[in-house]
Structure formats: C-alpha cells, structure tokens
Design a protein around this ligand. Structure first.
Ligand code: FO1
Length: 324
C-alpha cells in the first residue's frame, strides 16, 4: 500500500510519527511518502533554513525537542550568540548549534548546484526515518505576509510578531514559475491513500497545493483522499492557523476547513474539491451530518496527538476511513 501525506511542520511531524508506527505494526509492506511544505524556508546568515522539513526529519529521527516544538533535543546556542554579537541574522530567530549543522550541510549541497530534493534525500539518509521526505518544490517559493505594517517573510510574522499583526493576505513569492519537486506528482498519482495532515490549511497545506500542478494532482488521483482536521472544538491545536484562516475569510472550525478544501464529489457527481473524507475530533461529532451533506465521508475520533500511541491510533482511524 502506498501512502502519501501532505505535511507541514510540527503537527504534520507528530501525525507522520504515529502513521509510521501504525504502518510498521499493521502494514509492514506499505510505504509512506511525505510531501513537505517549503514556504517557511529562507536564507538566513548565509544558511538555507527549512523549518518544516527539519521538524519532520528531527521528529521521525527522535531528535526533536518535544517541549519547544521545533529544533533539536539537547540544543545549545553558542553560535547564535556570536551572530548576535556581530549584529547579523535575526535576534528573534534562534538557530541552535546542532541545527546549524543541518543548515550548513543543506547549504553546502545547494551551493554545489544540487536541488533541494536531492539534498533532502542525502540529509535524511542519516537516520532510518521509515518515511521518504520530498520538498513540495525545489524552487525557492517563500510565503510572505501582507500586513498594515508592511510585507514580511512568514517567519518574521510568526517568530517576531507571533502572528499578532493582522494578516491581510499571504503571498507565495515566485510560485508562478515554480514546479513540483521530482517525485511529488507521482507520489500523489500512484498512492492508494493520500492523507492531508492536521497542518496549517493556509501556510502549510495551502502552500503545497499552491505549487502549480499539485492541487490538480490531488483532485485527479485515484487514491482516496482523507483530511485530518487541524481544528478541534473551534480552536487550533498549536500554531497560528486561526490567524491565517481569518485572513482568508474561513471560520476556525473543523467544518469550515473541510469546506475550504472541498469535496471531490457531491451526491455522486464530480466536484471541484480535494477530499473524499474528513476526520474530526469527538468534540466536533455534531458536524458529521453537515460534513456528509457536503459529500464527505466523516468520522469523529480522538484527534489530540498527546503521545505516539494516540498519534498511531489517529493514523489507524484515518486509514480505516479510507477503506470504508
Ligand atoms: N520558532 C520560534 O518561535 N522561535 C524561534 O526562534 C525559532 C527558530 C527556528 C529555527 C529553525 C527552525 O527550523 C524553526 C524555528 N522555529 C522557531 C520554528 C518555526 O518558526 C516553525 O517551525 C514553523 O516554521 C512555523 O510553523
């Protein structure tokens, strides 16, 4: 069984960890490919930083800082304090010393002319991740946030301003000239199941779907497409999805996000959406009839991924919905 997952950073990483443990236990012959958002990426002090790729890699490698939610466990910040002393970089964006090892390696490969997808394959080979990570695109398509105080890189809006500046819109710089990374369209077309992880629907999933060709590939795949709600009982699990959803006029609810992605068929007739099914938390069980009226298969299950076991159960529930 081929499983392809569209994933952002922290939420997607936890979901992939649970999916991997469920698949290794119940479907050892299955393969998992994660198409990871690169819209948060940037050049900082000469290094290419790829937060979502690194969050997913470190989490699957068991090297992530579970408390902080990003970066490496056991991290130190000696180089970062030197950068601050020299007055370069972003004082509000801390690059850990171990993390810098990853950015130096990635930058070394990129500066030698290698595309991000090849660099990612070499970097992730260091650990037996059990999941193939592919960046959504090899092109530098960075998410910028338009606010009344000006337009800035997503990372500045999120880490410096904590998404407190109302976002007027999100721009994927250079997206029109971008193309999916090698293997992305095949991973979607040849999958048995495509899972949309509980990542930010706007700046993580939305930016993956915004790369020309990817949205159409999801809409057209013969795989069953299952989404997992990133919203539980009207609230985000972590991060800033609510600030992003309100910016695009979508209510912060499990039902509204499902409507935003849309159903692939309504009443048996083809439609313009992406989903066949949608998983919501038990606290949102009341929205199941409305989801089914949208043309979606729906189930209400525990969505809080408080530990690897509940993440594995969530993955099991998602695959069960695919088979239904
Ligand atoms: N998030 C923060 O809130 N503060 C930081 O200083 C910070 C540094 C950082 C460095 C590398 C990296 O890969 C991620 C980092 N993050 C930091 C998290 C990052 O903003 C998020 O992982 C996503 O980009 C937003 O979903």
């Amino acid at each position: 069984m081929r499983i392809t997952v569209l994933s952002g950073g922290v939420g997607g990483a936890r979901f992939l960890r649970g999916l991997r443990s469920f698949v290794q236990a119940e479907h050892p012959d299955a393969s998992i490919t994660a198409i990871v958002n690169t819209g948060d990426d940037m050049w900082l002090t000469g290094l290419r930083v790829a937060p979502d790729l690194d969050s997913v890699m470190y989490t699957l490698a068991g090297e992530n800082d579970e408390q902080r939610g990003w970066g490496r466990i056991g991290e130190t910040e000696r180089v970062s304090s030197e950068l601050r002393a020299y007055g370069i970089g972003w004082p509000w964006f801390t690059l850990g010393d171990l993390d810098i090892g990853t950015h130096l390696t990635r930058s070394h490969y990129l500066r030698s002319g290698m595309p991000l997808s090849e660099a990612t394959a070499l970097i992730t080979a260091r650990w037996p991740l059990g999941v193939t990570l592919i960046p959504a695109t090899d092109d530098e398509v960075e998410t910028h946030v338009v606010t009344d105080q000006g337009t800035m890189h997503f990372q500045e809006w999120w880490t410096r301003h904590r998404a407190s500046l109302p976002a007027r819109s999100f721009v994927q710089q250079g997206v029109d000239a971008a193309s999916p990374a090698p293997g992305v369209l095949e991973a979607i077309a040849e999958a048995d199941v495509v899972l949309i992880a509980p990542s930010n629907p706007v700046v993580s999933i939305g930016t993956i779907l915004g790369i020309p060709g990817i949205r159409d590939a999801v809409a057209a795949t013969s795989a069953t497409v299952i989404g997992v709600s990133p919203i539980i009982a009207g609230a985000v699990v972590r991060g800033m999805a609510d600030a992003c959803l309100s910016a695009i006029g979508v209510e912060t609810s499990a039902l509204a996000v499902a409507e935003h992605y849309g159903a692939r068929s309504v009443g048996g007739l083809p439609s313009v959406g992406l989903l066949d099914a949608w998983l919501v938390d038990e606290s949102d069980a009341a929205s199941v009839p409305a989801l089914e009226a949208l043309g979606l298969r729906a189930a209400a299950v525990p969505l809080w991924m408080r530990d690897p076991a509940t993440s594995a159960q969530l993955a099991a529930d998602a695959l069960a919905l695919a088979r239904r």
